[in-house]
Ligand binder design. Structure first.
Ligand SMILES: [Ca+2]
Length: 197
C-alpha cells in the first residue's frame, strides 16, 4: 500500500507549486471522461466546487512549469455526448494573504499555439485580430482593467500571444462530439518560479 501512496503524496506536493492553469467546462454539464495529462508536469481533475450536477463536466488543470520558458501543456479527454464546452486560458487561484480569499494575486500566464485534435479551435495562434486588437474567435473575460491582453513580444509562434490570469481570461467555445477523444495542447510561459509559490 505504501508503494502506491508515496508517489501520490509527492504528486500532491508538486501541485501546490503550480503556476499555470486552464479550465474546460461543458455548458450543460455533459460529462468529460477519461481525462489525463498528455504534456507538461501537472494534473487534470474534476472541479471540486460549483453545482454538483455540473462538476462531472468541468475539468480544471494545474501545471508547474519553469519560469521564463515556453512549455507545452496538454490534456486528453472524451466527452460522453455531443456538447459545447468553454475553454478558459487563465492562471492559478492564489489568494492574497490576509484578504480572506477575497482578493487574488495576479499570477499571469502567457499563452500561445493552441492546437486541438478531435475538435476545431479558432485562431489558436492569436494571429488574427479584430479592429479592436482582440483575437478573433476568443472572448476576453474579467473586468475591463483586469490586465489580460494581446502581447506581441516573444510569442511562441507567429507574432502574437495572450496574457491572462485567474480573473482575466481568454475563452472560446469548442464543439465536441460524443465518444470522440479530444487532445488539447497549448504553450504557456510564466514569470513566476513554481518553487516560489
Ligand atoms: Ca502566436
Amino acid at each position: 500500500m505504501r508503494r502506491i501512496l508515496l508517489p501520490l503524496l509527492l504528486a500532491s506536493a508538486g501541485f501546490a507549486a503550480d503556476n499555470v492553469r486552464f479550465d474546460l467546462a461543458s455548458k450543460d454539464g455533459t460529462a468529460l471522461e477519461a481525462f489525463t495529462v498528455t504534456a507538461g508536469k501537472g494534473r487534470v481533475v474534476l472541479a471540486g466546487w460549483g453545482p454538483e450536477e455540473k462538476r462531472k463536466g468541468y475539468l480544471t488543470t494545474a501545471f508547474a512549469i519553469p519560469a521564463g520558458e515556453w512549455t507545452e501543456v496538454g490534456i486528453t479527454f472524451t466527452p460522453a455526448a455531443d456538447c459545447e464546452a468553454t475553454l478558459n486560458l487563465m492562471g492559478p487561484w492564489k489568494p492574497k494573504p490576509g484578504t480572506d480569499n477575497k482578493e487574488l494575486e495576479q499570477v499571469f500566464v502567457t499563452w500561445d499555439k493552441l492546437t486541438v485534435e478531435g475538435a476545431t479551435a479558432a485562431n489558436g495562434d492569436f494571429e488574427e485580430l479584430d479592429d479592436k486588437g482582440q483575437p478573433k474567435g476568443w472572448w476576453k473575460g474579467g473586468k475591463e482593467d483586469a490586465g489580460n491582453k494581446v502581447v506581441s513580444d516573444g510569442a511562441k509562434s507567429g507574432k502574437n500571444a495572450i496574457l491572462a490570469w485567474h480573473n482575466g481570461q481568454y475563452a472560446q467555445v469548442l464543439k465536441l462530439t460524443g465518444g470522440k477523444p479530444v487532445k488539447l495542447s497549448v504553450w504557456a510561459k510564466s514569470t513566476v518560479d513554481p518553487a516560489a509559490k
